[in-house]
Design a protein around this ligand. Structure first.
Ligand code: FAD
Length: 474
């Protein structure tokens, strides 16, 4: 029987996995995962994502075993490992699903060349996006820089094809290669084991993803448009880590959600998937979105270096309850509500004037859904230097935002227990509370928001002026 290798990466699922379907169509399949995050040009996963990866790989291996197969684990350079595995087990082809960052694209090109040299076929597939970045272009054939026309153009394209079923059979070749043990990769934290909150919040793996989706479809979807901005409501899908690891594909979500009818809630939810597509479009067309400002005029931005303030922000001790609740939710569960992500990012980049890259790195290390496109693109969006970015002068007031999205203070009470005794009308400004003793252990604000706002606007106007002076001189 002919055999092939299926190279798994951010597509840790059996359903709607075109590379796997293609392999199974041709004969026996060797499913391989290579720990490649120390490879040239690739970003090493953060601690929370490494925890997730461990469990997701274990879940994938279990599903494969239920189909008579198993996952082969290897560590090193895919462009060396895969050709040698192919010749060792007589595989005539290697299949994989595409990634869209520069480092991965270059790695795929190196692999393709190495496979061609040894006469092994190679083919890649679309699995992780609804629309390929090169399919969505402006009428001038340039990439979109603004979300609304981008999404309109996506919606004008043919509907994404239906999701593929799990292949019925996944036979393995007789000379199946040996692999590492998952434990030997030491992806889990040990000293100390900080993952208790992650364990209780999440079930990594394809089955966990399917369960999240069905809970969302039968519950929060109906009121998604209105409740999605209220962090205490748990009104969003929480599918992001499952999507980041490809335990569920966007096509599966698209079709399952669309089947609930074309309501405003469904359209709103699909447009959030659209933001993910947009981020990947920006990632694909940019040099290094996690390091370089999308708008180069921000290269001259005078960010402040303030390690004490950065640590207070990371530790959820800024003295602004909504900011601190978000940062503590992140630390405990590896996830944070979208609206709160926007508030904490605005606080770091505008109130504290700390470089968005410091926040992006912290999120990269602590988020279970840390995503090479969504994380930097959203950070740049909030900081004002990104594609279709929020204007720099729009600066969130953390007190007003707290009152707006957490009017009863339930979210703050859950994550900042020092403030649990405060009534709703005092909880977002504990320094004004009538009984300061209740907020005893809680710090005062590390910066006065009115002062910080004026300072940020000053800096921004200086940047704009410098830019227009330069343009005048040119
Ligand atoms: C500073 C900052 C950093 C972020 N970092 C990440 C990240 O590393 N990984 C990540 O997946 N998302 C990131 N986001 C986007 C967003 O916050 C999360 O996708 C969302 O909170 C995930 O929760 P959910 O699955 O319940 O979302 P839902 O509201 O249920 O949305 C469904 C899906 O749509 C996509 N989506 C929703 N909002 C956005 C958005 N603004 N941009 C891109 N895609 C979106 C996600 O894939 C999400 O899972 C970031 C946002 C900000 C402001």
């Amino acid at each position: 029987m002919p055999s092939s290798i299926v190279w798994f990466r951010d597509d840790l699922r059996l359903a709607d996995n075109p590379a796997l379907t293609e392999g199974a169509r041709h004969g026996s399949v060797v499913p391989v995962y290579i720990l490649d995050d120390e490879a040239e040009g690739l970003r090493r996963r953060g601690g929370a994502a490494r925890w997730w990866l461990h469990h997701s790989l274990a879940a994938l291996d279990l599903s494969l075993r239920r189909h008579g197969s198993r996952l082969v684990l290897r560590r090193g350079k895919p462009e060396k490992i895969l050709p040698s595995l192919a010749s060792g087990c007589g595989a005539s082809a290697v299949y994989w699903n595409r990634r869209y960052d520069r480092g991965s694209i270059e790695q795929e090109e190196r692999l393709q060349r190495a496979l061609t040299r040894c006469g092994t076929a190679a083919e890649s597939f679309k699995a992780n996006l609804l629309f390929e970045p090169w399919e969505v272009k402006t009428s001038a054939d340039t990439p979109f820089r603004v979300f609304t026309p981008f999404w309109r153009a996506c919606r004008a394209l043919p509907t994404p094809s239906p999701a593929l079923p799990v292949p019925r059979q996944l036979p393995i070749p007789a000379n199946e290669p040996a692999g590492d043990t998952l434990a030997s990769w030491r992806l889990l934290p040990t000293a100390p084991d900080w993952a208790a909150g992650l364990r209780s919040a999440w079930t990594p793996g394809e089955a966990g993803a399917a369960e999240r989706l069905s809970t969302f479809l039968d519950g929060a979807l109906t009121d998604y448009r209105h409740a999605r901005d209220i962090p205490a409501c748990e009104a969003t899908s929480q599918l992001s880590p499952h999507l980041a690891f490809g335990e569920i594909g966007p096509r599966q979500i698209w079709h399952a959600v669309s089947a609930r009818g074309g309501t405003a809630a469904v359209e709103k939810f699909l447009s959030e998937l659209g933001w993910r597509e947009f981020s990947y479009n920006v990632l694909f067309h940019s040099r290094d979105i996690a390091r370089c400002n999308f708008r180069s005029e921000f290269d001259a931005f005078p960010w402040r270096r303030d390690d004490g303030a950065l640590e207070a922000w990371q530790g959820g001790r800024t003295g602004y309850p909504i900011v601190d609740a978000g940062m503590r939710e992140l630390w405990a569960t590896g996830w944070m509500h979208n609206r709160v992500r926007m508030i904490v990012a605005s606080f770091l980049t505008k109130d504290l004037l700390i470089d968005w890259r410091a926040g992006e790195r912290w999120f990269w290390d602590t988020l279970v859904d840390a995503d090479p496109a969504n994380n930097p693109v959203n950070w740049q969006w909030v900081a004002g230097c990104g594609a279709d970015a929020a204007p720099y002068f729009r600066i969130f007031n953390p007190v007003l935002q707290g009152k707006k999205i957490d009017p009863r203070g339930d979210y703050v009470r859950r994550w900042v227990p020092e403030l649990a005794g405060l009534p709703a009308d005092a909880i977002h400004q504990p320094w004004k509370a009538i009984k300061p003793a209740t907020a005893d252990a809680y710090p005062p604000p590390i910066v006065d928001h009115a002062f910080a706002r004026a300072r940020a606007l000053d800096v921004f106007h200086g940047l704009k002026k410098g830019h227009s002076d330069q343009a005048d001189r040119a």
